[in-house]
Design a binder for this molecule. Structure first.
Ligand code: GDP
Ligand code: MG
Length: 168
């Protein structure tokens, strides 16, 4: 069989847990202070979906979320996108549509998913679950709640994007 490789970009405001999510998914680890390894643009993980081997390449935006020129190069060629916000960061939720547009302006319409991370901190939530669901409905996107810390639902996000890609 031909090997299938999918480039996925994980975007969202700083500190929502993007780098942690990629580390968790590809290396199986969670650390409190993840520092990007200089020179590494992405991590990868191979999974099986519908009897096909899929190689997921997960691109991180290097903690330079505010520098458009740098991050645009990361989006190029992406076939999937995780739009991430944090349970305890209202601004990160309100920025989701802007992130969606930024990615689409660069790569056109691709498979996307909205992820509410840090669901383990639900007691401190500043985003109502109704609001998040309404946004997902409005944007017609699948919505997942994850805890990278507790390793909750992270695999499901990337499996979903892989399945969507294979459906095309
Ligand atoms: P990024 O800027 O979006 O890449 O965010 P990071 O991955 O650097 O994470 C920012 C902080 O949030 C770090 O201290 C992480 O350990 C923490 N973090 C990430 N995911 C979770 C989670 O699911 N729950 C909790 N409680 N903290 C998390
Ligand atoms: Mg980061």
């Amino acid at each position: 069989d031909m090997e299938i490789a999918i480039k996925v970009v994980v975007v969202g405001n700083g500190a929502v847990g993007k780098s942690s999510m990629i580390q968790r998914y590809c290396k199986g680890i969670f650390t409190k202070d993840y520092k990007k390894t200089i020179g590494v643009d992405f991590l990868e993980r191979q999974i099986e979906v519908n009897n096909e081997d899929v190689r997921l390449m997960l691109w991180d935006t290097a903690g330079q979320e505010e520098f458009d020129a740098i991050t645009k190069a990361y989006y190029r060629g992406a076939q999937g996108c995780v739009l991430a916000f944090s349970t305890i960061d209202r601004d990160s939720f309100e920025a989701i549509e802007t992130w969606k547009k930024k990615v689409e302006d660069e790569v056109g319409p691709i498979n996307m998913v909205i992820v509410q991370n840090k669901i383990d901190l639900i007691d401190e939530a500043v985003v109502h679950s109704d609001e998040a669901e309404a946004l997902a409905k409005k944007l017609r996107l699948r919505f997942y709640r994850t805890s990278v810390k507790e390793n909750l639902n992270v695999d499901e996000v990337f499996r979903y994007l892989s399945e969507k890609y294979l459906e095309e």
